[in-house]
Design a protein around this ligand. Structure first.
Ligand SMILES: [Zn+2]
Length: 843
């Protein structure tokens, strides 16, 4: 049902067309809504740190009720979080969340921007955040966005005055916004930006407060509100047929990888903002009070306003084409405004309105989803005027190629189709998220072209420029070249048209663990992005490692097909970590890229090109047992990692859990957040405890405290209370407190060295209270905090062992961290010492 609602809104709301989405189709009432927006010349910028921080209720209210040009600046792309819908993590999760934000903005009718800051994971204080981010650079990005977007008002999601009370990224976003508010107007700050941008002074800065920041509703009601503005954001839009808060719920439900899908809300609801800088408006319900938001704010605007306000007042819903002549006249006047900011913005808005009124359909669609540099793409062009308005097509240009030389009269509802063979220049850049093209640092993405900074995504590979003449007046309307196709079980679909290398290669495993000195087959999958391609693949590796052959040939006849080429890699004698990479030699070029495709039905399909490489680790690891059962939670790659060190991992369907299915395995591992996301778990707990009692090993990885039904009070066979305790610094000191426990001695001796080289964090949601049956194994803590002992707890229960661990194995194992493998092998082997001994005696 939600999908239906989304497309319904898509029809109703006339918002910025975004890359490769199905074209928006607008009714009279949504066109009228767009004309109202056209006649409002004011901008609002909302600032926070992550995808999902933004208050969609307020953003939608500003965009749809106030009708302001509205945007959300999220300092990060949310790379550091978890993914509830698929395997993407880190930079790939950032790509997915970027698109989820864009999907949300398409619904609430606003825009989306970012800085170069990386979401490197949780940080407890802004001091830590601003040390890892390059503070000067991120501040510069905020200044840049203010100068580019020119907001009259800025609204911060978080309070800059309370460091340490929330995620360090949150407070940092507010602190940087407060600083940037003044710097944007100062020609001496970031002067290099002023080559292309002007200084800008916003009028007001607010903090989007709520009772939550005051601790309770009562405290908030009693608070001094003289500097606060309040709005009823539950307003109903009869023109759109929805309430503002309904739009907001749909928008925030796009954060699907964060599990933010929620019920729509309706009805009166207050939202408050507190003035931090600028003058206090007299009208406490109007954030723009006293700011000129009419056409008279721009030079030459009065004559435009005279036309457009007239149309707004006497809009002809039955036949909006009666307004075309006047709209075209206004369009001509807008071309003459000296203020390029408003000229560009309002020209685009008015073009969309004119095209909607005339039912003008303009599309350039490639026959294929991708092409490679040096090839030719077949483009189908569809042009259709669905009105009596006089429209001519003069030409269509894509890149330097023209599809139509002579004028073509577009008569009412007579579809014109043109074909164009588009040469893709040899020097074309590949389509991939621009912020991932160069290696970044822990805290910052590297973006070489400053023009791209702030943009949500890479510009489309090609824009089709439709040069038309409407009522005798020339106008150029640009549309990204897309790929339109259909699926029998779905219907019409769109995706971006991408420029990709002719061939890409990927390792099947990003990390290869050599648990002993034996050689391993290393398969490399080569994917052809053109027909009839052949060449040679070169295997690159480090000193000490050996490979059976340096190169192998490959040949693939069909585009989209794959070939697997295997090399045999022998590890060195001693423990070692290094990287391997393939180089593909084809057409005299050397290509070493891997293509990752991110496809979900709530976002446009994304092609991400990454350096093709894999980490290889030579470990000296001992393990006991062979067959492990894995109950997947929110999705993690732990099973694949365990297979690498020789375990046979069997995925257990939660609905099939019973005494018999469990008894086959030497150990059962429960994936991250299983109790949060797998509803069946509440019925299966007794079987898991019986399994332990009968001699099994049960290992639970982290779950989020509080986010489940009451039934889970008994997540463990003995009382255990989860908390929000976490250790975020991956290098923080670890002390082994149960030195003699089997868990840190058998079969691998665990030492402090095994806690070196961890990534992103130590762990999260550690229990902070536990029954006396549990033994805490480790103690660890972030700088300036008391050490926590709940990261790894074990309790014997019956003949078996129950283990609860908030350590981030789901990050460490896929990253190939040797110590994490040894500790996990010990968890799986605990209690098996005698079993193994018995087996040896039998042999
Ligand atoms: Zn956040």
């Amino acid at each position: 049902m939600r999908k239906l609602l989304v497309s319904f809104l898509g029809i109703l709301l006339l918002c910025n067309t975004t890359l490769a989405q199905a074209p928006k189709k607008n009714s009279s009432s949504s066109i009228y809504h767009a004309i109202q927006k056209l006649n409002f010349l004011g901008s609002a910028l909302y600032i926070a740190a992550h995808p999902d921080d933004e208050n969609t209720r307020l953003i939608s209210y500003l965009s749809n009720e106030v009708k302001a040009n509205t945007a959300y600046l999220s300092l990060t792309r949310g790379d550091g979080g978890q993914n509830l819908i698929g395997p993407e993590l880190r930079e790939l999760l950032g790509v997915l969340r970027t698109q989820e934000l864009l999907a949300a903005r398409r619904i609430d009718g606003s825009q989306q921007f970012f800085s170069r800051a990386v979401d490197f994971g949780y940080s407890k204080h802004p001091n830590e955040t601003l040390e890892i981010w390059n503070k000067e650079a991120v501040l510069g990005d905020v200044v840049r966005m203010i100068r580019k977007f020119k907001p009259d008002v800025i609204i911060n999601r978080f309070d800059h005055r309370t460091p340490g009370s929330t995620h360090g990224h949150h407070t940092s976003s507010a602190m940087l916004s407060v600083e940037a508010f003044d710097l944007a107007a100062n020609p001496n700050s970031y002067p290099d930006q002023l080559n292309r941008l002007d200084v800008w002074k916003p009028s007001r800065l607010f903090f989007n407060t709520s009772w939550w920041f005051y601790g309770s509703q009562e405290k908030f009601e009693a608070a001094d509100k003289t500097k606060m503005l309040g709005f009823d954001i539950g307003v109903y839009y009869p023109m759109l047929g929805v309430s503002n808060n309904e739009i907001a719920s749909l928008a925030s439900s796009q954060h699907r990888c964060q599990g933010f899908g929620r019920l729509n809300t309706r009805g009166s609801e207050m939202e408050y903002i507190e003035l931090l800088k600028g003058d206090l408006p007299e009208d406490k319900n109007n954030v723009f009070d006293g700011i000129n938001t009419t056409w008279s704010r721009v030079e030459g605007g009065k004559a435009i306003g005279d036309i457009l306000y007239g149309i707004e007042q006497n809009f002809n819903f039955k036949n909006p084409t009666t307004h075309i002549k006047k709209l075209v006249e206004a369009y001509q006047l807008i071309q003459k405004i000296p203020d390029t900011h408003w000229r560009d913005l309002k020209s685009k808005e008015l073009q969309t309105i004119i095209a909607s009124i005339t039912g003008l359909y303009l599309e350039a669609s490639s026959a294929n989803a991708s092409a490679y540099p040096g090839s030719t793409a077949d483009i189908n062009i569809e042009v259709l005027n669905r009105s009596q308005v006089d429209i001519k097509l003069r030409s269509v240009t894509i890149g330097n190629t023209k599809a139509k030389e002579k004028d073509l009269v577009l008569s009412n509802n007579e579809k014109k189709e043109l074909k164009l063979a588009l040469p893709i220049p040899e020097n074309s850049s590949y389509t991939s998220p621009y912020w991932l093209n160069k290696k970044g640092t822990l805290g910052m993405y590297t973006v070489e072209n400053p023009e791209l900074i702030g943009n949500p995504e890479t510009p489309p590979a090609f824009q089709a420029k439709f040069n038309i003449e409407i009522e005798g007046y020339p106008m150029t309307i640009s549309k990204p070249v897309v790929h339109r196709y259909s699926k029998p079980d779905y219907g019409e679909l769109y995706r971006p048209f991408d420029i990709l290398p002719e061939v890409t290669a990927r390792f099947q495993d990003k990390v290869l663990i050599f648990a002993d000195g034996k050689p391993k087959k290393v398969p490399i999958t080569i994917t052809a992005h053109q027909d009839n391609i052949k060449g040679e693949i070169v295997f690159c590796y480090s000193n000490g490692w050996k490979v059976d052959r340096e190169t192998r040939p490959f040949e693939i006849s069909k585009k989209g097909d794959e070939q697997i080429v295997s090399f045999e890699l022998t590890p060195p004698e001693n423990e070692d970590e290094s990287f391997i990479a393939p180089i593909i030699k084809v057409h005299g070029k050397e290509i070493s890229k891997e293509l990752v495709t991110i496809a979900y039905d709530h976002i446009p399909t994304q092609s991400v090109l990454l350096p093709s490489e894999a980490k290889v680790v030579r470990l000296n690891i001992e393990k006991v047992g062979e067959h492990i059962g894995y109950i997947a939670g929110a999705g993690d790659e732990v099973p694949k990692s365990l297979e690498q060190i020789g375990y046979q991992v069997h995925t257990i369907d939660p609905s099939s859990i019973n005494a018999e299915t469990l008894s086959k395995y030497g150990a059962i591992v429960v994936g991250i957040r299983a109790y949060n996301v797998v509803p069946e778990m509440k019925f299966k707990q007794k079987y898991l405890f019986d399994y332990v009692s009968n001699g099994g090993n049960l290992i639970l990885q982290y779950n989020t405290a509080g986010r489940w039904d009451k039934q889970y009070e008994d997540i463990a066979p003995f009382p255990l209370k989860l908390s929000r305790d976490r250790v975020t610094n991956e290098d923080s000191k670890v002390e082994i407190i149960a030195k003699d426990h089997e868990l840190v001695n058998y079969p691998n001796k665990i030492t402090n060295k095994d806690f070196e080289g961890w990534v992103q964090e130590r762990g999260l949601y550690f229990p902070n209270e536990w029954d006396g049956h549990f033994t805490p194994i480790l103690s660890m803590g972030d700088k300036g905090e008391t050490a926590k002992k709940g990261s790894l707890l074990i309790a014997p229960y019956g003949k078996g062992n129950y283990i609860y661990t908030g350590l981030s194995f789901f990050r460490e194992l896929p990253a190939g961290v040797p110590g994490a493998y040894k500790l996990f092998a010990n968890m799986l082997s605990v209690g098996k010492k005698n079993v193994e001994h018995m087996a040896k005696i039998k042999d």
